[in-house]
Design a protein around this ligand. Structure first.
Ligand code: 13P
Length: 251
């Protein structure tokens, strides 16, 4: 009942020409993937060229971040109305790299989520524990705080737009993927949390993506788990063939 979403986070990669070519290959290779959704998130400066390529296709366009104020003296930021104007459909919010390197907190995540939904963007809210936290046995507590804090300003009318991405920090870019059972454990816990943070109906409708070293050779098994509704892919989304294999996972 939840449509799978396969999303590529290009991070700080691709010139505009490279972005255009990669997007074109993904659009061409996703044409028959009609029972699933696809989204790609280039850098801000490539949004317009990628928007031209994905126009009229079944591939959505994501920003990698968003600022909560609409306009003003906020040097370096890009706002939700501007992203909407640039034809974005999604905004990734609270990625662990932003939490780790750019001071993102649950408070800033909450404000960004509110700004995104008010401007008709689907927020892809990222949560996940570090290796230290996993080894200390505090994973679920960390996730609870990130979910409750990050969603506290999300109005009920916008619950249907929400996407969650569980990305254990220790699995990002390391080649060390969470096992399907590890992913399922946390995803099931997140869904339970959403029952109280949102509503039971919203909890069962919300897509929960897994991210962290998703590759062509592990996506099929991850996607067999009942609470894994898609993937947020970094490295493998930069190679059209690899990403298309992930988009076309065996269902
Ligand atoms: P990798 O797929 O490179 O591990 O990155 C995952 C990620 O951070 C997606 O947002």
């Amino acid at each position: 009942m939840r449509t799978p979403l396969l999303a590529g986070n290009w991070k700080l990669n691709c010139t505009r020409d490279e972005a255009r070519a990669l997007a074109q290959a993904i659009v061409d290779g996703s044409k028959n993937a009609t029972d699933r959704e696809v989204m790609i998130a280039p850098t801000f400066v490539s949004l317009d060229v990628v928007a031209d390529v994905v126009a009229g296709s079944n591939v959505g366009l994501g920003a990698q971040d968003v600022y909560w104020e609409a306009s003003g003296a906020f040097t370096g930021e890009v706002s939700a109305p501007m992203l909407k104007d640039a034809r974005c459909t999604h905004a990734i919010i609270g990625h662990s790299e932003r939490r780790q390197f750019f001071g993102e907190t649950d408070y800033t995540v909450a404000r960004k989520v509110a700004a995104a939904v008010e401007n008709d963007l689907s927020p892809v809210v990222c949560v996940g524990e570090s290796l230290d936290q996993r080894e200390a046995g505090t994973t679920m507590g960390v996730i609870e705080k990130q979910i409750a804090g990050g969603l506290c300003e999300l109005p009920a009318e916008h619950y249907p737009k929400l996407v969650i991405a569980y990305e254990p920090v220790w699995a990002i870019g390391t080649g060390k993927v969470a096992t399907p059972d590890q992913a399922e454990d946390v995803h099931a816990h997140i869904r339970k949390l959403l029952e109280t943070v949102l509503t039971p109906a919203a909890a069962s409708a919300t897509r929960i993506l897994y991210g962290g070293s998703v590759k062509p050779d592990n996506v099929d098994e991850l996607m067999t788990r009942p609470n894994v509704d898609g993937a947020l892919v970094g490295g493998a989304s930069l190679k059209a063939d690899d990403f298309l294999r992930i988009v076309n996972f065996a269902s």
